[in-house]
Design a protein around this ligand. Structure first.
Ligand code: XMP
Ligand code: MG
Length: 195
């Protein structure tokens, strides 16, 4: 149940808790079917899918998604950031790297929201170099308006063509709102008043 008044800074709820949970279950079913088709768990070298969540935003989505998948899944996490200055400003690097060896593993990268696409293409390149058997992308939200790098998303929860900043269900604005059970737009005045 939502209280009638939304928290300060929140404009409009886009996807309720019920809608998110239903969509997460649909994605999990799709993922499970695809992996069951392509990898046999009877194979002697069978290993669980490695689901790599991108911190911090994807932590709630990853937790719900993998609990809805009934084939074995091994969760891990990365955190990436871009250099603000120095020799390569804007270039992405790992702040936290996955601990699992990805050699010959089926990797599912789990992202909360794809915006420019730079993070996913950086991770795909990195994981290819490590010899992953396959790399697939699962994004809860595909936000298309600022896309710079084309990325082929294998699983998408929701498409968003607007340009608002979205928060809730793991998504933050200045570390706020991650614990909202729904996903909502942040009011532009909330952004202006904090900058
Ligand atoms: P790319 O590299 O695709 O990165 O630009 C996506 C990351 O940018 C953040 N992001 C958002 N976070 N609300 C958020 O809370 C948004 O509307 C939003 N748009 C982009 C997010 O961290 C994501 O992982
Ligand atoms: Mg964020």
């Amino acid at each position: 149940m939502y209280s009638k008044t939304l928290p300060a800074g929140i404009d409009k709820i886009l996807w309720s808790e019920t809608k998110i949970q239903r969509r997460v279950c649909e994605l999990a079913a799709e993922i499970e079917q695809d992996y069951l088709k392509s990898i046999s768990n009877k194979h002697p070298r069978y290993q669980p899918i490695v689901a790599i969540g991108i911190l911090k935003g994807a932590f709630i989505f990853l937790a719900d998604l993998i609990r809805a998948i009934s084939v074995p899944v091994e969760p891990d996490f990365v955190r990436v950031s871009s250099y603000s200055m120095g020799v390569n400003p804007g270039q992405l690097h790992f702040v936290h790297d996955a601990k699992t060896s990805l050699k010959e593993r089926h990797v599912l990268i789990v992202e909360d929201i794809v915006d420019t696409g730079l993070t996913l293409s950086f991770l795909a390149n990195e994981f290819k170099k490590r010899g992953a058997a396959s790399i697939k992308f699962c994004a809860l939200i595909d936000k298309t308006c600022r896309r710079e790098k084309e990325v082929q998303l294998d699983y998408v929860g929701f498409h968003y063509s607007g340009d608002a900043f979205l928060v809730g269900y793991g998504l933050d604005y200045e570390e706020m709102y991650r614990n909202l059970i729904y996903i909502a737009t942040l009011s532009p005045s909330a952004i202006q008043s904090s900058s």
